[in-house]
Design a protein around this ligand. Structure first.
Ligand SMILES: *Cc1c(COP(=O)(O)O)cnc(C)c1O
Length: 364
């Protein structure tokens, strides 16, 4: 048996005819950037998430940058975030000349621990950027309460959690800015790079919209410093097709996670989804001792695994100038050394899941 980690080929095959027809139409129409398909997609996105405004953009990374540009973030400003995430979270803060300030995570959910946020707030703090890691949102009520108390903005890095629920509200709908990614391997992926920003604030939306096109409000009239951050029509068309069945994809991912939960031995630390939340299972991530050894043995029987993520942000060379050292965020460090993600996609069959779990259980 050969197991596919994300199975993007199957995702293509599911709607192959529709994808072909729609993309050929775009190609022959010669309307490649920000056309009516993008507008339609933005409307569908807004309806799905429940936000007033949804803005398609060029990637999850650019969604984060656009949000912070719209906030007017500048050097000396600080943004509090998680050290246990994909590089883009902290990198975008630093890209704008601001300072990422890390706060350790909760060991069960892998998301930022709100009880440790207040101690990291200084007079330069402008925002809190929780990451909804592996598909589950962070403690947004607690985070929003702190943000309100100190007058900070909240930017959700929802690159892994598009569609997840928190007390009945969708990911991207519980903060000032919700930023997601449509990178192919994300739960809702396109055929290249893509992303979106969500907000309920009209003024922020107008800024984001202008900043996505070099700060332009009319052709060649530039009110702001912006960037080239547009979503192209081809990706929007693909996403419009995939969004129609996305709820079903989420359900299938949740079924796969439930099966893993049942089949995998309780000697292994399994993912915890907190009450009142759902996960869209961007990853199904467990914790194992002697990870390299287990990965190698699973590889031998054609079971791919991955590590999200092996080095926490505060120990990355690019952030050495921030002056953090080993031991500063012990939970993030421990998780980084133990986490291992198993194949996750909507198409995994019972047989495959049993095969994976049996091999894994034997290795303990
Ligand atoms: C994927 C990802 C991003 C970046 O998204 P891109 O679309 O690849 O730019 C940012 N943050 C997290 C947590 C991610 O997983």
């Amino acid at each position: 048996m050969t197991i596919d980690f994300a199975n993007l080929k199957k995702a293509y095959a599911e709607h192959e005819e529709e994808f072909k027809k729609a993309s050929l139409e775009i190609m022959s129409s010669a309307k490649y950037i920000l056309g009516s398909e993008t507008e339609e997609f933005e409307e569908n996105l807004g309806n799905f998430v429940g936000n007033k405004y949804a803005l398609g953009c060029s990637s999850g990374t650019d969604a984060l940058i656009l949000s912070m540009m719209a906030m007017g973030l500048r050097s000396r400003d600080e943004v509090i975030t998680s050290p246990f995430t994909f590089i883009a979270t902290a990198e975008t803060i630093a890209c704008l000349g601001s300072k990422p300030v890390f706060v350790d995570i909760n060991e069960e959910t892998y998301n930022i621990d709100p009880s440790k946020i207040e101690a990291a707030i200084t007079e330069n703090t402008k925002a809190i950027m929780p990451v909804s890691l592996y598909g589950q949102m962070a403690d947004m009520d607690e985070i929003n309460t702190i943000a309100k108390k100190y007058g900070l903005a909240v930017i959700e890095d929802a690159a892994q959690s598009f569609g997840a629920l928190y007390k009945g509200r969708r990911s991207c709908n519980t903060s000032n800015f919700g930023c997601t990614s449509f990178f192919p391997a994300k739960p809702l992926g396109c055929f290249g790079d893509g992303g979106a920003v969500f907000t309920d604030n009209e003024e922020d939306y107008e800024k984001l919209k202008a900043m996505r096109v070099h700060g332009q409000t009319r052709r060649y009239v530039h009110k702001y410093i912006g960037m080239g951050g547009r979503l192209d029509n081809l990706q929007a068309t693909i996403l419009n097709i995939k969004l129609k069945t996305y709820e079903n994809d989420i359900l299938r991912r949740q079924k796969v996670a439930e099966s893993y939960n049942e089949l995998i031995s309780n000697d292994i630390v399994k993912p915890v989804v907190k009450e009142g939340r759902t996960s869209v299972w961007a990853q199904y991530t467990i914790r194992v001792p002697e990870r390299e050894n287990i990965q190698a043995q699973l590889k031998e029987v054609e079971i791919p695994t991955a590590v999200h993520y092996p080095i926490p942000m505060h120990l990355q060379e690019c952030f050495s100038y921030l002056g953090y050292k080993e031991g500063d965020f012990p939970i993030a460090e421990k998780c980084a050394s133990e986490v291992m993600s198993l194949p996750m996609n909507p198409y995994l069959e019972t047989e495959e899941l049993e095969y994976i779990a049996n091999h894994l259980n034997k290795l303990l």
